[in-house]
Design a protein. Structure first.
Length: 133
């Protein structure tokens, strides 16, 4: 089974421009407790390199592009996010890395919980141990 779970959002825009709406229980499969966005990422920088113990997230490149690598300890897959109507669902105990940020990239992330550093697994060996439990 693929690790890449893309949710396609309806484009509600018209001849004035684009519009996409994100709603819990309509096109977002969890209660949104937090939203953050990553922008102005410096050339050549990669981010992520961690997993979460208990967190669902949806990552949307609302502008520009970046490449995600998802890894469940067995499989490792890559996806380019480059459309504002595609959301990448990332479940718990999935190692994620973000690479190849375009200069104009704005990566918005919806999260099922508030920020909690103790939910992060930032060491790959610890992640591998958690992934086989
Ligand atoms: C993820 C990927 C896709 C906060 O204080 N609150 C927050 O909501 C977030 C997301 C981060 N921070 C702090 C924690 C660090 O001191 O901001 C700093 C940078 O966070 P981090 O190095 O974890 O950022 P990324 O880009 O490596 O990872 C982020 C999310 O943290 C992570 O949950 O899945 O984006």
């Amino acid at each position: 089974m693929s690790l890449i779970n893309l949710i396609e959002f309806n484009r509600l825009g018209d001849d004035r421009g684009g519009l996409i709406s994100l709603e819990k229980n309509t096109n977002i499969p969890f209660d949104i407790k937090r939203v953050y966005y990553i922008f102005d990422t410096k050339k050549g920088v990669a981010r992520g390199f961690h997993a979460h113990k208990d967190l669902q997230q949806i990552a949307i490149c609302v502008k520009g592009s970046c490449r995600f690598i998802l890894d469940n300890g067995v499989q490792r897959e890559s996806i380019l996010l480059d459309q504002p109507n595609k959301g990448l669902l990332i479940n718990s105990i999935i190692w994620r890395e973000m690479h190849d940020f375009s200069e104009d990239c704005v990566l918005m992330v919806l999260a099922s919980h508030q920020y909690d550093e103790s939910d992060y697994i930032r060491n790959y060996d610890d992640f591998m141990t958690a992934s086989i439990k």
